[in-house]
Design a binder for this molecule. Structure first.
Ligand code: F6P
Length: 323
């Protein structure tokens, strides 16, 4: 393989820059020419590419986001858009593509791969909802930022005898909410895989209040039906049913833009280097992930379009520990 392109697609994630650096430098080490695609799939359709040298990817590892830019592209979902993208790759003599991204992005990788182009995916999303990997680049950082917010809310909650509803990101997967809730000692964690009704939340908060707790944390995953707003309106007519005074905080994109943790930088480096190895091995159409501590390759056809739920063991663990 003589020339490759790197693209970051979908929602940005802390550690994407470290992955770009690792892919670029290991490809340069194999005497390949490396291009970076600007603004995700849309940039590929519009032929927005820059050549990357070792220097271009210096000084970026510690910065969140992606210096190449990212975007969601409706045009790429159509075959016509993908054909334009393929023409642009061929026009520059590029013979391999590394796609750093999550669920939607890897579905795009699969589609391009089905059209015969050598593509390798690198698992990266704060949601950790991809099959074919135990953990995705960016998730550890997002958990830690969410956890820091929970710790702060617990402190102010204790001062005022308050309960806090904290809404996390995570789309339809409860991993981010579950892990940050477990690490933050939350009283209740509601996820799409195991939703807790407003009535049950009230009951558990009331019980915590009566046991003499000075604060309570309720972590609500983005993808649940009864989100923060609905829970607050459920309590509106009688806030006393929860005992505590109640406040709500929605974290949103703040957890996505943080500097990557050491874990995410190392994961990104390992997966990035292995993506170049896979292209060199002519092992195309695979997702590079990490399973049981080892870097693995899973056919994109086996994972595209699927959302990995959380392990139900965590649901029981969270319930048992919230005493
Ligand atoms: O997939 C990452 C993610 O941050 C999800 O947790 C969230 O649902 C979504 O992206 C938000 O998308 P956008 O940045 O387009 O608002």
């Amino acid at each position: 393989m003589k020339s490759i392109a790197i693209i970051t697609s979908g929602g940005d994630a802390p550690g994407m820059n470290a992955a770009i650096r690792a892919i670029t430098r290991s490809a340069l080490d194999q005497n390949m020419v490396v291009y970076g695609v600007r603004q995700g799939w849309q940039g590929l359709i519009e032929d927005q590419m820059i050549q990357l040298s070792a220097r271009e990817v210096g000084g970026i590892m510690h910065i969140g986001g992606t210096f190449l830019g990212s975007a969601r592209s409706a045009e790429f979902r159509e075959e016509g858009g993908r054909s334009k993208a393929l023409r642009n790759l061929s026009g520059r003599g590029i013979d391999g593509l590394v796609v750093i991204g999550g669920n939607g992005s890897q579905t795009g990788s699969h589609r391009l791969s089905q059209m015969g182009f050598p593509v390798v995916g690198v698992a990266s999303t704060i949601d950790n909802d991809l099959f074919g990997t135990d953990i995705t680049i960016g998730c550890d950082t997002a958990i830690n930022v969410t956890l820091e917010a929970i710790d702060h809310l617990r402190t102010t909650g204790s001062s005022h005898n308050r309960a806090f509803l904290v809404e996390t990101m995570g789309r339809n997967c409860g991993y981010l909410a579950m892990m940050s809730g477990l690490a933050g000692g939350a009283e209740v964690i509601s996820t799409p895989e195991a939703e807790v009704s407003p009535a049950e939340i009230a009951e558990r908060l009331r019980a915590a209040y009566e046991r003499g707790k000075t604060h309570a944390i309720v972590v609500i995953a983005e993808g649940v039906k009864d989100n923060c707003e609905k829970i607050l309106s459920f309590f509106e007519h009688d806030r006393r049913m929860v005992g505590f005074e109640l406040r709500a905080t929605t974290l949103g994109h703040v957890v996505r833009g943080a500097p990557p943790t050491a874990f995410d930088r190392i994961l990104a480096t390992r997966l990035g280097v292995n993506a170049v190895t896979a292209l060199n091995d002519r092992d195309y159409g695979v997702l590079i992930g990490q399973q049981k501590g080892l870097v693995t390759r899973t056919p994109l056809g086996e994972i595209a379009g699927l959302t990995k739920p959380i392990d139900t063991e965590f649901v029981e663990l969270a319930r048992m520990l919230a005493r």
